[in-house]
Each structure stands twice: as C-alpha cells, then as structure tokens.
Write a protein that binds this ligand. Structure first.
Ligand SMILES: [Zn+2]
Length: 64
C-alpha cells in the first residue's frame, strides 16, 4: 500500500501520507510525525480513495 491516512498526534489534523517515507511533516502544526509511531487509519494505493476517506472523516469530526 502506497498511501495512508493518519491523525497528527499534536494537533489532531487528519492527513494523507506517502507510506514509502518513514516520516511526514504536519502542514498545520509543522510537527514531524514518525509513521511507525502513529496508527494508520486507512491504507490504499489509490490517492483518490485516500481523498474520499479524509473527506468522510472530516465530515464526521465536524458533526461530533
Ligand atoms: Zn499537526
């Protein structure tokens, strides 16, 4: 699987990541996130699918 969805442990932003890298930087809080230390909520090879999942999660977060 190439792409994943994670939640930033610092600011809770839902974010798409490239799983071929071991770290990613949060665009909101600028924190470097180690992908081995966070839960991958969803994995896919399709970037389009990842986008849809993030949209769904954000919609749910807004409702709660
Ligand atoms: Zn963050």
């Amino acid at each position: 699987m190439k792409f994943g969805v994670i939640v930033c442990p610092n600011c809770k932003k839902v974010k798409a990541v490239d799983l071929t890298y071991q770290t990613t930087r949060c665009i909101r809080c600028n924190r470097v996130i180690n992908l081995k230390k966070v839960k991958i909520l969803y994995k896919s090879n399709s970037q389009e699918q990842i986008r849809q999942v993030i949209g769904k999660i954000n919609a749910e977060l807004m409702r709660s």
